[in-house]
Design a protein around this ligand. Sequence first.
Ligand SMILES: [Zn+2]
Length: 369
Amino acid sequence: MAIAPFKLRCRYCNQPVDWPPAGPRCPRPSCRGPLQPKRNIIFDVGLIEPALHGMWRYRHMLPPLPVHPVTLGEGGSPLLAVPDSRARVYFKNESLNPTGSFKDRGAALLINTIGDARVVIDDSSGNAGAALAAYAARAGVAARIYAPKDAPAAKIQQILHYGAQVILVPGNRDKVRVAAEQGSQQDNVFYASHVHHPGYSLAMQTIAWEIWEQLGRRAPDAVIMPAGNGSLLRGVRWGFRSLQKGKAIPKLPRLYAVQAAHCAPLLAFSQGAYRVNEFEALPTVADGVAIPNPPLLDAMWAAVRKTQGAVIVAPEEDILPARDALTAMGFFVEPTAALSYVAWLQIRHTFDPDQTVVLILTGHGFKTN
Ligand SMILES: [Zn+2]
């Protein structure tokens, strides 16, 4: 039994779209807006498959997928309590997914929606590309990843190890996306956009559902996570909202989106100071969120604002020390993942000891040198 019929709609023009969508964005050429579920998914604990581990235990609350999905065992990451005098702090360690980041959930969902396509493509500077390459290898289809010329070498190597083709594109991230969109205009090619495809954020709901189960069927007071293109932020919000709609939680946790101070378009957007063609970013060691022009800023800001959360920026000089502090606790994560901890250190004085906060650690330290 699944939530059926599952429908999408365009966030901008309300155009209804069937699942799975033919492309990642609104089919109307004059719109091309982002797609999202037509109705809230209502969480129902009775739909959990208790015998399944990881993401697929929630398969009946995800869009319709094959009975025997392609999987590498994604999801089911540990939620671990860490000592803190200020609040009940937990790390949700997404670095333990099959390719070392939370992106595996999105790639796993998308690889099961490609139909007859023989080639999957995405534009990515790292983790999303590695995830798609791995799931393509598992499914026996080809992967082509468009990446910026300055993408981290370790992440490109990981993509190549899975047998994917990597096309390095000079210029900024927008040029990489345009190259990928042009490359998707061929037969048998599926554009598995981790930025635009709604399946990606739908998969991220499972992080919220796992946290709820792991905390003994309750929500934390706050969740802190890095935010680049916003698929994690949007998906975690959808997940907790579905729990609220299903009356499993009384209210949503506050969602804190963390960006690097050198590249913080969401902060600028939240202050009404963002101009797409004028926004300037500096290089940051948090390469996973080095995205100056995320296309879904309004949706990202809504996720923060409607949960009474906040946008937090991490000073560049704080990021590697936070990474090192996490490593000293036994958690070897990439610099982008350490943004959650930088943010926690900034806001922990606002918490009470009886409050619960979850920090999402997004990617493994093996991914960077
Ligand atoms: Zn539209």
